[in-house]
Design a protein around this ligand. Structure first.
Ligand code: ZN
Length: 417
């Protein structure tokens, strides 16, 4: 099925629509999500004018077909908001297939982030854009219309700025997802530095000012983990980024209990990501600080970690939970949020409504993108996808299957299937 053209005017009729309108209307960001929050409308008509949702009605209230509008009869299909992937490292050169094969042989990977940094540093802007397009295109084909992408594979002032310029160019492409850029300077220790402390000094003194001057990165992120950046080093870097006006995210307690979640709470980070090894005190601290948990269970599965993040306990405690791919070459080469939702529902005791909110409204809120993505409401951009199913509960039931027939958004639309 061919979808609507970019920014066009059209009508979708006879849809089962998941508007997420009740969820969107709640300003409190309450963590629990039930079927009532999905705003399910049977036999819905969605009218879009110039890429903006003009009307959403259902049943007998459906308006008559409007002359001049392309009309899409989608009976038997579900229309829902475009998916929001709130944690990826999608802009890098090369691959880490050798590391995958090491993992598959139960051996320690040898290449690591340093290899990807070396590969990525080789590329000029046009090549970065080509590579980014190769990654973001398949994400969109799987329903992602907004994606957070982190830097952190150059780790020099000019290199990180170049990655951000590539992300800005990709954000402008009409056939790719909306890109939200994050400066992930505290990602790894580059080979020319002997100590993490010395590199944090360099980040703050030289790399951050160059990055801030591009005015592209809205967020900053640190890899707070045993053997990488300590909570103290992460704190120093993130506080300097906050002083430049960036909002904060953090890789927290992914591979071990490292103090990342407590730091996220202390710094009032917008999001604390991964959280595989957090405890009850960490959960309470995140709830107090209003931090959103962005969980990446496909990574935990890829690495065969002994535990997944306690999604159920987080939600029950009142922490809003989003789900992300963590797409990256070394620990999660997965483009599909549908796959991630499958893991969340099958292995983390998360319901279908909770998982759907976690890849739409809650994820959008974590990216400050709630005004443009995450719900189907009049006055908002038409950022939506069509699923080839008439039962929303099949989202995340199938795995290894792409249910997305097409994606559309206010400024862009693309035929997928
Ligand atoms: Zn990550």
């Amino acid at each position: 099925m061919v979808g609507p053209s970019p920014g066009s005017s059209f009508a979708i009729v006879h849809a089962t629509a998941l508007t997420m309108a009740p969820r969107a209307a709640r300003a409190d960001g309450k963590a629990t999500v039930g079927e009532d929050d999905l705003g399910i409308l049977g036999d819905a008509t969605i009218v879009v004018r110039d890429g903006i949702i003009a009307d959403v009605v259902h049943g007998h209230a459906s308006p008559a077909p409007q002359p001049g509008l392309d009309t899409y009869d989608v009976r038997g299909a579900v229309v829902m908001p475009g998916l929001v992937d709130a944690h990826t490292h999608a802009l890098f050169a090369g691959d880490r297939v050798a590391d995958f094969e090491s993992l598959a042989r139960a051996e320690k990977p040898r290449l690591g982030i340093a290899y990807t940094v070396a590969q990525t540093r080789e590329l000029a802007l046009p090549s970065l854009e080509v590579i980014g397009r190769r990654r973001l295109g398949p994400m969109r084909a799987h329903g992602t219309t907004t994606v957070e992408v982190k830097t952190g594979y150059a780790l020099t002032a000019d290199g990180e700025a170049l990655l951000l310029e590539a992300l800005a160019a990709l954000d402008g492409a009409p056939d790719l997802p909306h890109v939200v850029a994050t400066f992930c300077g505290a990602h790894a220790l580059p080979p020319e530095f002997a100590s993490y402390d010395a590199f944090v000094d360099e980040l703050i003194a030289r790399i951050l000012p160059r990055v801030a001057a591009t005015n592209i990165a809205r967020f900053a992120d640190a890899f707070c983990e045993r053997g990488y950046f300590t909570p103290e080093q992460s704190h120093r870097f993130l506080a300097a980024c906050a002083a430049r006006g960036m909002q904060l995210r953090i890789h927290a307690d992914e591979l071990s209990a490292s103090g990342g979640a407590k730091l996220a709470a202390a710094l009032h980070c917008v999001s604390a990501d991964h959280l595989n090894f957090i405890d009850a005190d960490d959960i309470a601290a995140l709830r107090e600080s209003g931090t959103i948990a962005v969980l990446c269970p496909a990574t935990a599965q890829y690495l065969e970690l002994p535990r997944l993040a306690p999604a159920r306990a987080l939600i029950d405690a009142g922490v809003p939970v989003a789900f992300a791919t963590d797409f990256n070459p070394g620990t999660c080469p997965c483009y599909s949020l549908q796959e991630v939702v499958h893991i969340a529902r099958r292995r983390m005791r998360v319901s279908a409504p909770e998982a759907i909110a976690g890849v739409t409204t809650i994820a959008a809120r974590s990216l400050d993108a709630f005004g443009v993505a995450g719900c189907i409401v009049p006055g908002r951009p038409a950022d939506l996808i069509l699923l080839e199913t008439n039962d929303y509960r099949e989202f995340g039931y199938y795995f290894g299957v792409n249910l997305v027939a097409w994606t559309a958004s206010g400024k862009k639309a693309q035929h997928v299937a």
